[in-house]
Design a protein around this ligand. Sequence first.
Ligand SMILES: [Zn+2]
Length: 200
Amino acid sequence: MSQFKIASLDNLIVQLSKLPGIGRKTAQRLAIHILKGSHDYAEALTGAIVDVKQNTRLCGRCFNIAEDTLCSICADPGRDHSKICVVEDIVDVMAIEASNEYRGVYHVLGGVISPLAGVGVDDLKIRELLERARTGDIGEVLLALNLSTEGEATMIYLSQLLKNHSVEVTRIAHGIPLGSHLEFVDQTTIGRAILGRQKI
Ligand SMILES: [Zn+2]
């Protein structure tokens, strides 16, 4: 066992290796990069981390990430507020926005119904979605959940609930491989899937 130990560097490596996709070796490389870098960079990095925790919250309407009461999409009068795209997570909003094919607004469910993982209807923002469909001037609800077994089941469940409201329910399907997560699908495919959405 090596006696070489620098507590502060080791601590940074431990913290970095907790990030998804970062193994011990990568964490070590990043930590040494930060160690050798300027003070200004280290401060900008820590500042950005603290900032993102302090200055963000969930949008009061769609549960996307926001820096104000509403997210920048909900607050944008240039968006089509009669169309709601329902997604599992904030990363899906980012993936769809990157495709540049969607001008409506969103609703972030916070997951999908998954009895095995202990996620039930009440753990998701389903009640809030129905409330928006009921009270808002909504023409279309586009279901864009990941095409996993749970995602499919949740889309069927939502489409049945939404049938009681006078909205058209559509879903993306075209070109998205079964079982795939939207965040890993390329922008062109997501764009095509949105344009080719089907009525349920
Ligand atoms: Zn919002």
